[in-house]
Unconditional design. Sequence first.
Length: 214
Amino acid sequence: MYHSKHNQNITYLFTWGKPVLIEGNCAIRKEDTDIGKENWTKEYTRLYFKDGITEVKKGFLESFVMLRELVIDSTVKNIEMTEELRKLLKKNCVIIRGCYDTYAEKFAQENGLTFIHKDIYLGIRRNEEHCESRTITLHFDESGQMSLLYEDFCQGISAGNTMGGEFTRDMPEQFHKGCTLEEFADMMPEAYYEQIMKNKELEAFLDSYANRQK
């Protein structure tokens, strides 16, 4: 984890194979790319503005010349547009991910960019006896197709080392455009039922998805 040298409230979490998670209860600025890590903005292609980030000031995104995908949570209400950023987004065919009916979708539409719903975390099942766990995520690929992403984690042979893997499964045949939260929970393994029933993000998605399919 790294912190912005300009604002210690802003943190960056780097996980192999995942977007760079950017967290903080504030706007984010160009100077926040200074984290004491040389040339890092020229290496990463995927960014994720987590809940709490309210605005993206001009100059920040322009630093990520290899940007290919931008995930925007619902607290983000504005991204300051510049001609440089507009050209970057078009040149790289940047995909915008977020929730339906939020600023993320509006931003994509206004700038002629592809919008895809962001992945929705569904829950975790833990096996304490064997130090194992499995998470399930509702995953949307680059065509917008839905599937279930399973990720397994287990303790490695040394302390602090973890192992595991991931695989995808097609959506259950029972899934339909008017699927309710309870119906969705019933399709998943029983261990995830309570977590899914409390998932407001999934509930909002199912409602919007049903309305868009009419």
